[in-house]
Design a protein around this ligand. Sequence first.
Ligand SMILES: NC(=O)C1=CN([C@@H]2O[C@H](COP(=O)(O)OP(=O)(O)OC[C@H]3O[C@@H](n4cnc5c(N)ncnc54)[C@H](O)[C@@H]3O)[C@@H](O)[C@H]2O)C=CC1
Ligand SMILES: O=C(CO)COP(=O)(O)O
Length: 334
Amino acid sequence: MDRVAVLGAGSWGTAFAKVLADSGTDVVLWARRAEVADAISTGRVNTDYLPDVVLPANLTATADADEALDGARAVVLAVPSQTLRGNLAGWRPSLPPGATLVSLAKGVELGTLKRMSEVVREVAGVPEDQVAVVTGPNLAKEIAAEQPTATVIACTDHDRAVELQHACSNSYFRPYTNVDVVGCELGGACKNVIALACGMAAGMGFGDNTMASIITRGLAETARLGAALGADPLTFAGLAGLGDLVATCASPLSRNRSFGERLGRGDSLARAQEAAHGQVAEGVKSCSSIRELAARHDVDMPITEGVHQVCHEGLDPRVLTAALLGRERKAERQ
Ligand SMILES: NC(=O)C1=CN([C@@H]2O[C@H](COP(=O)(O)OP(=O)(O)OC[C@H]3O[C@@H](n4cnc5c(N)ncnc54)[C@H](O)[C@@H]3O)[C@@H](O)[C@H]2O)C=CC1
Ligand SMILES: O=C(CO)COP(=O)(O)O
């Protein structure tokens, strides 16, 4: 692929731009703030998000989105889920016709309850098969340090996914393709909510049995939602499901898990937000949209419901624990 634009120079946008560049693809990275673009252009470092990582020479940066988009074969959208619609509306007039639009965001939009690829299609006015999603166990800091990982590129157009796969394959990053966009996106959005629950459990001092139970039952409720929305059930056993769930729920690098841990230790939502230093913990908002999506499709998601209540209705995580353990007894696969 000749040239790719990455729009958003936060942790993942910057790390993914490096992945593309290290795979031999020329990349232009758009940063909202001119000083971030300048620091990358002159010092080859994104001092705000990945200060220890030297970025390759075939990765250039700009604060001018039109410049980044000019002639791009693919456009990678690396902004938070809840701002994607607004950001993309601004970029729409400059999107190169036919370019693959790639979402890195893991969330469900508040209000519309749309997945990110649905938001992209709607705002950019492009067909479903022009939109791809990158998701999987991809903690940005580890990837920027070139630690080996796998990922999933989901697109209903297999050939487009393969083109992108070639553009971002290298010695430390191994992308697989998948045509189940619905399942891959739901896996990525729901695991943030489950990671919040795992963080709460850790904050309350619970150990590995509790984590494994939350991860497994979290996967069960994610798969139930997936079934209602037409996802392939096997996707949830893959990188976008179990893979991302394990990485995010177990890692101290996860913003969602860390956020939950603070709530579990008794911090208020405001204090946890302050400690996040402006970095996005997507699950805090997506717990509400996913809960609403589940209600719309009559799907039971008790962990998601509980995380929503802790984050937005002041429920004590200890009370949530008791409520989840006290639910009506049932068969595992019911
Ligand atoms: N950081 C990670 O390890 C991973 C993140 N993701 C997902 O990628 C998406 C982006 O995450 P990160 O790059 O980590 O986030 P971040 O918080 O590090 O950076 C967000 C970027 O979006 C930009 N931005 C543009 N318009 C914005 C607005 N109106 N409000 C706030 N920020 C705006 C910010 O300037 C910043 O460059 C999220 O959906 C996240 O779930 C997915 C996989 C890994
Ligand atoms: O999506 C991620 C790993 O795959 C990153 O998780 P956090 O957003 O919780 O840091």
